[in-house]
Design a protein around this ligand. Structure first.
Ligand code: HEC
Length: 429
């Protein structure tokens, strides 16, 4: 009698109320934190949109969430600000998923797993006001493809504020990244190429401006796409500015994958309903002058940008290549106080996430942002394409980069050129 009761109790705790169910416990987590990628037509190879499609993956899901490889999110919460696009799991959520898988991955009461919401036209933010369509880039099956450019006249006859921009990628399997830049009229930036025709500019053309030309008068990063990308509008009172007569210049990096393909990715632009109070620009806190010695397991590079006007930090995006190991961005106030922005202790080149601050960080004039990057050029780095190479700045993934892309917002009436502190002044601080 007594032993039967014990058996019953044991059964109840392992298969009964104690085991989380798919419909009641796990599905809501997958919906909130995984389906953005794990659904048909998105980047992940399998969909976690109902019990049938998820059940075979239960064991792999358990391992991935316990290991921390899924969902991809690399900011250390203890040394970073809070981010509004945070998709990481809480310890309780991880445990619930693990307990479900360990308990036989039961469905529980069958539920109606509504298909994730998708717009028929494929634009996540709705129908854009302006669309730039890449005019069919023909990918070879093999080899390196140099960064390829194409310029689109916007046809805008007045200065135009926009509240969002979205990349709709066509051939995800070969698009490594695409960046859209605004090129105001009169800019020297890769100028003189016929619009709507692909071209490959020289490095000098890409880097060097006209003497005295303002950084934003030359070009401004509008929006980039890279693995981990999700289109997110700026805040309700914020926008980017496209001057009348500007072009959009697209810089595309394609990686061959053994097949010939034609890419028609599209950029959608959404006009602001009214002029915003704050202008957003993307700056690169970067260092282009470094050489990582062969085999160096922890090379450190430092970069800094400063501000001559009050700004707010809107988002940060660490960018390195295959030897990237860790990156940290820190704001330093004029009184010397240090405010951590983000700490990515284990950088993963496969995931180029933009981290949007939940509460944009206000910095007074005279503040600066430091960006420290660490690289692992040793054979212990499993992604290292060549530990025997000395490595410096370059486009291809076997070269390196050190950039902390940072979106800042400031009073829309200010001249953007006066917001960034000149390098000389910065060095004196
Ligand atoms: C930003 C996009 C993204 C999000 C969010 C995401 N995944 Fe993934 N996931 C991928 C991609 C892409 C792959 C395939 C490539 C790879 O394995 O890295 C993948 C692979 C996997 C795999 C198989 C490979 C492995 O690591 O075992 C599992 C399991 C997985 N994801 C589980 C999850 C779970 C569970 C969540 C949510 C808690 C999640 N993923 C959220 C993009 C995502």
């Amino acid at each position: 009698m007594k032993s039967a009761a014990i058996v019953l109790l044991a059964a109840a705790s392992s298969f009964g109320a104690g085991v989380p169910t798919f419909s009641g416990d796990v599905y809501p987590i997958l919906k909130a934190k995984c389906q953005g990628c794990h659904q048909k037509g998105e980047v992940a190879p399998m969909a976690f949109t109902d019990y049938q499609s998820t059940r075979p993956w239960a064991k792999a899901i358990r391992e991935a969430v316990l290991r921390g490889s899924m969902p991809p999110w690399h900011a250390d919460p203890k040394a970073s600000r809070a981010f509004h696009n945070d998709r990481s799991l809480s310890a309780a959520e991880r445990q619930r998923i693990a307990a479900w898988a360990e308990g036989g991955a039961p469905e529980g009461p069958a539920a109606d797993y509504a298909a994730p919401e998708r717009r028929a036209d494929g634009w996540k933010l709705g129908k854009p006001d302006l669309v730039m369509r890449i005019p069919g880039f023909k990918m070879p099956a093999t080899g390196d493809v140099p960064y390829t450019f194409v310029a689109f006249p916007t046809g805008l006859t007045q200065d135009t504020w926009i509240h969002a921009a979205e990349w709709r990628i066509d051939k995800r399997e070969v698009v490594h990244h695409v960046n859209a830049f605004v090129r105001p009229p009169g800019s020297s930036y890769v100028a003189g190429h016929e619009p709507l025709k692909f071209f490959v500019p020289t490095i000098t053309e890409r880097r060097v401006g006209r003497p005295g030309e303002g950084a934003f008068a030359r070009r401004e990063l509008l929006v980039g796409y890279e693995p981990g990308y999700a289109p997110i509008p700026w805040g309700p009172r914020q926008g980017k500015l496209i001057r009348a007569g500007s072009d959009i210049v697209v810089e595309a990096h394609y990686n061959t994958n053994g097949k010939e393909l034609v890419d028609h990715s599209e950029l959608g632009i959404y006009f602001a309903k009214q002029p915003p109070a704050e202008r957003v620009v993307t700056i690169s806190v970067q260092n282009m002058n470094f050489t990582i010695a062969p085999g160096d397991p922890a090379y450190r590079s430092d970069a800094v940008s400063g501000f001559d006007a009050p700004v707010k930090v809107v988002s940060v995006q660490p960018h390195m290549h295959l030897r990237g190991k860790a990156m940290r961005l820190t704001a330093i106030l004029p009184d010397g106080r240090r405010e951590p922005l983000i700490d990515v202790p284990k950088y993963d080149f496969l995931w180029q996430t933009t981290y949007f601050l939940k509460d944009p960080l206000a910095l007074p004039a005279g503040s600066r942002i430091e960006c420290a990057a660490w690289f692992d050029n040793s054979p212990n780095n499993k992604f290292n394409p060549d530990p025997k190479a000395a490595v410096g700045w370059g486009d291809q993934s076997r070269d390196e980069m050190h950039i902390g892309f940072t979106e800042i917002a400031f009073d829309a009436k200010l001249d953007a050129e006066r917001v960034l502190a000149p390098e000389k002044k910065l060095a004196a601080r």
